[in-house]
Ligand binder design. Structure first.
Ligand SMILES: [Fe+2]
Ligand SMILES: [Fe+2]
Length: 352
């Protein structure tokens, strides 16, 4: 045991925790905390930069094999004190109390109950719906120029349409499409990545306004590809095609950082979607301890999935199950393992 429940630091922590909780309880009747690897999601809101106390909390909860904590209004000082003492011990589990329930996160498919996926839409309806959205993405993409500020209204409209389809419990796999031609690739890819990422976020149980922001960020994740100057990038010698393309996260993030009314997630995801979960990937990070935002982590998984799907067009075509197993067996450290689990399990349910 690190310290007993009457130890001064437990008292101190309990007081601090109660004052933070009572502020949240002013606005809500309960607090749901979900732990996704190193991230905390509090009332469906991913928290970032939690500081040393937050990191410690996550580590301790994970050590106890827990990933979901539900705090109900009315939680008492003594319950909280006992709970914090439970977390602080190195042995034993965490008990549930009258106002504190603990457990593990399971794939709960948010509002999408896979069993009751809506089959009212026939394949043709869905195919023309998605084609329409891809055409709109193309229209919006064609307006993009490094010399003009982006107007996000069109992109927002597209995301709202997809959210409406999700509410109607449409099988998400029917909304993603292989690109018909090379010319169509970037619009189809942006649309697929948006749909797949909204799906992941919904399965994770994130709030609807977050789904909207995540959808916009996903639609724009590769926007930097349109903004790379055609001529050489450095004066000494021109950069190779590959070097140039690796700059798209940077160009995208710079461009999106100045757009009015756009969620902060968009420049963050544009910048981070080629980072790996272990901090490798590109652009190389100068500071060692910055980690990828959970939304960028989801976009990275969707991006990989859709790229597999598209490239498999030119090889023997891969089935969804094979793609899922390729994501699962991708080298350790590429993706957040919890999110891979979340994504692949939900995909399995959606196709079975
Ligand atoms: Fe990219
Ligand atoms: Fe991409």
């Amino acid at each position: 045991m690190l310290y007993s429940k009457d130890h001064a630091s437990v008292n101190e922590l309990t007081k601090k925790a109660l004052s933070i909780l009572s502020e949240i309880f002013d606005k809500s009747d309960s607090i749901e905390i979900i732990i996704v690897e190193d991230d905390l999601i509090v009332n469906k809101n991913p928290m970032r930069e939690m500081g040393i106390h937050g990191d410690n909390f996550v580590k301790r909860i994970k050590r106890k094999g827990m990933s979901r904590i539900h705090l109900l209004k009315g939680v008492t000082h003594s319950e909280l004190k006992q709970f914090i003492a439970d977390i602080a011990t190195t042995t034993g589990g965490i008990k549930s109390y009258q106002h504190i329930k603990t457990g593990v996160v399971d794939v709960h498919i948010g509002n999408v109950e896979i069993d009751s996926l809506n089959e009212d839409f026939d394949a043709e309806d869905l195919s023309s719906f998605t084609s329409e959205q891809i055409a709109k993405v193309r229209e919006e993409y064609n307006k993009i120029s490094p010399f003009k500020k982006l107007n996000i209204a069109g992109f927002e409209e597209i995301v709202v349409k997809f959210l409406m389809m999700l509410q109607k419990k449409v099988n998400i796999l029917k909304l993603i499409k292989p690109p018909r031609s090379f010319d169509q690739y970037s619009y189809t890819h942006a649309t697929n990545v948006a749909v797949l990422t909204i799906f992941q976020a919904e399965v994770l149980g994130l709030r609807e306004d977050m789904l909207h922001d995540i959808g916009i960020a996903a639609l724009l994740h590769d926007v930097g590809k349109l903004l790379i100057p055609k001529d050489g990038l450095n004066k000494e010698g021109s950069a190779t095609g590959e070097e140039k393309i690796k700059l798209h996260p940077l160009y995208g993030a710079q461009y999106l950082a100045n757009v009015d009314g756009l969620t902060r997630l968009a420049p963050i995801a544009a910048f981070e979607h080629h980072l790996r979960y272990d901090g490798q990937g590109y652009p190389e990070l100068k500071t060692g301890n910055r980690k990828q935002h959970i939304c960028s982590q989801m976009i990275a998984i969707s991006d990989f999935f859709d790229t597999l799907r598209s490239t498999s067009l030119y090889r023997t075509s891969l089935g969804v199950k094979e793609m899922i197993s390729l994501i699962r067996t991708k080298d350790e450290g590429a993706f957040n393992p919890f999110l891979v689990n979340n994504f692949t399990r939900a995909m399995h349910l959606a196709i079975s």
